[in-house]
Structures are given as structure tokens and as C-alpha cells.
Design a protein around this ligand. Structure first.
Ligand SMILES: [Zn+2]
Length: 487
């Protein structure tokens, strides 16, 4: 593993004052930070015209959607799922490689060095599909926590739909699987990838409690404990999920998954929009992280996660882009800006989070979600560093550099990206893959996807009426956005 020496960069770290310093890197870690260090035969990078910041962390996405952008209507999540997820083209392992690699390239070039990818992996071709995703991340050089997204129950069961408007049973939309079969797939995934790479981190990712049987959820929790791996799942993203959870379990969905062993510091939950104050505090006390996805929550009208309350109660919060089909980019700087703006729409202005709060949550909350020493430029941290060109006026405001970064920057200033001590982007170009060839593959996939648009529309219209009705049913007064969670 290469040894690097970054000279004289302006350090932008969440827990130290802005200032110039040298950074020494060995074995993938930062081993020394300070002024006027002496190089010791390392490869040198001149950072004197650069700002060095810890790489941003995207703690929730689905790489399979990376090339599915601009294709979805603005729809409530339950309908959006049918349109975007169940209506799209089936992917081969080669397609999974292309979509994961394309998303990773976009993230690296916009300053993000770690991703938690809850990627859909078909049970029928599990090992080949998962290996293709891991190969994409290894090739691009991004740090990736990969949680294969699996469920053993039909999506429609999570909606409590029984009949179409004509009285017929709806056609099943996703297969029901034998829980033990899926567990064998996951066990094989851990055997293949656990402790095999410095930058690839296998996790477990049951899609969402209400789309899984309790039997399967317990088996996943047991496997996570046995293998000491982390778990990532969706939690109460929409009002309908809160309603269905209460009906199905006879208690709140949070109480239910607590009983199944999911409230631990090894778990991260995507969204968490519709918890009660007591439930937020319970999740916070367990040490689990909630991953806030402001753009997709707006795109699907899911609601506003009460970030002001979570920050006040010190519930661990990370940030995610969510999949490109509900975002429609993978740019974490955009996510930071959206989050910074969204939470001025409610509450006392004294509680409004500032850009620095979101940036810190992205780095330190993201590190907690992945359970890795990330998000800092400090001795012992992983050497995941982004060098930004400081001459661009977007970043010229020294006293308010983080606010400028969050509000004015999109990634154009990203010059060099280091992940685990490897230079993976230099002069804003990947050092590891042929970007032109990857782009050509991506275009090929997008054309096939566009050609299947009529069948997507047909799938959607088959389910639209019934699901729309279930959304109407859930739209009760108790779920007035933002205000309902107030203690
Ligand atoms: Zn998601």
C-alpha cells in the first residue's frame, strides 16, 4: 500500500480549527498531521493551493438505480416503488457492475469517498451479482459498505392490499422466498467478502421490516451477531408504513423490531421520518444511527424527518443520497444543501441547523453508520481525503468555508481524491478506470432501460388504483407533517 505525503494543505476537519498542515499517510491510515513535517521518501502531493477535507460519506443509496435518473414521476413512495423499482429492466451482473461503477465515479468526483450501498441482489443469481458490485467498487477505489437488499415477502403484503377494484386478487409483485435460502445467500456473501479488503465492507440489508417475515428478520439479526457485521434497513419512511406496522404487529414497528434485536449500535436505519419522540429517543439510546435522506423524502412526498429534534436529543444522524431514481444524482454536496434548507421550514429559527451541522453529521454520523474510523483528518483515521482547488471563488470565504462548501459547491473544485491511501482521482479524473468506456456502457444500459418504458407504464397502471386508495386511507389527521412528532 502506497505511502503519501500531502504538503501544506489547508485542513478542513470537523473537530479542529482551520489551518495549514502536512499529512503523512502509510498503510491506508493517516499517521501524522502537523506543520513542517519532513517527507520520508513518500510520494508527494503539493497541497499548498488546496483545501483538504475528509471525504464525504453517503450512508444510504441503492446502486442499481444509479442510471435511472429523470425517469420517475413525483409520486408517493408506495406508487413510486411500483414505477421505479418493479417496473424497471432486470439487470444482469454486468449491468450491476456498470450501475455501481457509474454511481461510484459520480460520488468520487463530487467529494464523496465512502458509500453504504443497500443494493438489490436477486436471489437467483446472488453470488455473481454481488461479486459484480464488489468488483465495481474495487475497480473505482471508493470505500464501500455493501448491504445486499433482500426480502422474503411480496411487496404488496407490506401495503395490506387484498383486492383490485374489480374484486380480484392483485398479481404478486415480488417472489416470496424461503428465509433459510436467503440466509444461505447472505452467509456465502460474508464468507466471500468479510475481512478480504481494506475498503470493502460487507453488511446485511433486509430491505424493510414490513417487507420481511419475523422469522427472516430474526435469522438476519442472529447472523449479524454471529459474524459481527452491521445491519442496514429502511425504517418508517412513510405514513402508510406507520399505519401498516401498527396493524400488523399490534404495537409500533419500532417496538417490534426492538424485540427482534434490531436496536443496537451496529444498526443503521434509512429515513426514520415517522417515529414518535419516545421512539427517536429509544433509537438514540441504543446507539443506532438514523440516515437522513432529504432529497428522496421530498421527491416522494414522504415527509420531513424532524432533524431539529434529533440534533437536540443527540440521536446519531448520518446523511444519504438514496438511490438515483428518487434523487436524481448521487452528489452528496447537493444532499447537504437540501438538508440545510429543508429544516428552515418549521420550528423556532434558533433551532434551525446550520450548514456546519449537516456537514458534521455527514462525516461523523456517516462514520458511525459504517463503524469505521472515517470523517476526520487526524492520526489513526482512514486516509480518505479530498483536495479541493482553493482558487475557485465558491470556496474563497475562509471564515465561512463550510457554509460556502455546502451552499456554493457542486464538486467542480474536486481535484484529487485519496481513499485508504490510494490516489483514485487526480486532476478530477479517475486514475483507475477508463471513464469514456464506462460512460459508453452506461449509455447502453440507459437506452435499454428507455426502450422498456411501455412495459414500465403497463406494470404501473395495473397497481395504481389500489395503492392510491391505500395511501388515501393512511392520510389521517394524526399524521400532519412535521408537527405531529412534537413532544
Ligand atoms: Zn432507500
Amino acid at each position: 500500500m502506497s505511502r503519501l505525503f500531502i504538503r501544506g494543505a489547508t485542513l478542513l476537519d470537523p473537530l479542529r480549527a482551520l489551518g495549514q498542515a502536512d499529512i503523512r499517510i502509510a498503510e491506508g491510515r493517516i499517521v501524522e498531521v502537523g506543520p513542517r513535517l519532513t517527507p520520508d521518501g513518500e510520494e508527494e502531493i503539493d497541497g499548498r493551493e488546496h483545501i483538504a477535507m475528509p471525504g464525504l460519506i453517503n450512508a444510504h443509496t441503492h446502486s442499481g438505480q444509479s442510471l435511472d435518473r429523470g425517469t420517475s414521476l413525483n409520486l408517493p413512495l408506495d406508487l413510486w416503488m411500483v414505477w421505479s423499482i418493479y417496473g424497471g429492466v432486470a439487470q444482469s451482473p454486468e449491468d450491476a457492475y456498470t450501475t455501481a461503477a457509474s454511481g461510484a465515479l459520480e460520488m468520487l468526483r463530487s467529494g464523496c469517498t465512502s458509500v453504504l450501498d443497500q443494493v438489490y441482489i436477486p436471489a437467483e443469481d446472488f453470488a455473481a451479482h454481488a461479486s459484480a458490485v464488489m468488483a465495481a467498487y474495487e475497480d473505482l477505489g471508493i470505500r464501500a459498505a455493501v448491504a445486499p437488499m433482500v426480502q422474503d415477502r411480496d411487496f404488496l403484503e407490506s401495503l395490506h392490499l387484498q383486492e383490485t377494484s374489480s374484486g380480484e386478487a392483485l398479481v404478486q409483485i415480488t417472489p416470496n422466498y424461503e428465509p433459510k435460502l436467503l440466509i444461505e445467500c447472505l452467509r456465502g456473501f460474508l464468507d466471500a467478502w468479510q475481512s478480504k479488503s481494506e475498503t470493502l465492507l460487507p453488511m446485511l440489508g433486509p430491505t424493510a421490516p414490513q417487507r420481511c417475515s419475523d422469522e427472516f428478520l430474526v435469522l438476519v439479526a442472529d447472523l449479524a451477531r454471529e459474524r459481527q457485521v452491521r445491519v442496514h434497513t429502511h425504517l418508517l419512511e412513510t405514513k402508510t408504513q406507520r399505519l401498516v406496522g401498527g396493524r400488523r404487529y399490534g404495537r409500533s414497528l419500532v417496538d417490534h423490531i426492538e424485540a427482534l434485536g434490531y436496536l443496537t449500535s451496529r444498526t443503521s436505519f434509512a429515513h426514520g421520518v415517522w417515529l414518535t419522540p419516545q421512539e427517536y429517543r429509544k433509537v438514540g439510546a441504543s446507539g443506532a444511527t438514523i440516515v437522513h435522506n432529504p432529497v428522496s423524502n421530498m421527491r416522494c412526498g414522504s415527509g420531513v424527518m424532524p432533524l431539529q429534534y434529533l440534533l437536540r436529543e443527540q440521536v446519531p444522524v448520518a446523511l444519504g443520497s438514496d438511490g438515483a431514481a428518487s434523487n436524481d444524482t448521487q452528489n452528496m454536496l447537493e444532499v447537504l444543501k437540501a438538508a440545510s434548507l429543508l429544516h428552515t421550514l418549521y420550528g423556532d429559527f434558533r433551532d434551525w441547523p446550520q450548514p456546519e451541522d449537516l456537514w458534521r453529521a455527514c462525516l461523523l454520523g456517516g462514520a458511525a453508520a459504517l463503524g469505521e474510523p472515517l470523517g476526520r483528518i487526524a492520526v489513526g483515521s482512514a486516509a480518505d481525503i479530498v483536495l479541493l482547488r482553493s482558487e475557485r471563488f465558491a470556496l474563497s470565504s475562509r471564515p465561512h468555508l463550510v457554509a460556502a462548501l455546502v451552499n456554493s459547491e457542486h464538486g467542480e473544485s474536486v481535484d484529487t481524491v485519496v481513499v485508504g491511501g490510494r490516489v483514485v482521482v487526480r486532476d478530477a479524473v479517475s486514475t483507475r478506470v477508463d471513464e469514456r468506456a464506462l460512460t459508453a456502457e452506461a449509455h447502453g444500459f440507459m437506452e435499454r432501460s428507455a426502450a422498456a418504458f411501455d412495459s414500465r407504464r403497463a406494470t404501473y397502471s395495473r397497481y395504481e388504483g389500489q395503492i392510491a386508495r391505500s395511501i388515501d386511507e393512511a392520510d389521517i389527521d394524526a399524521f400532519e407533517p412535521v408537527r405531529w412528532w412534537r413532544p
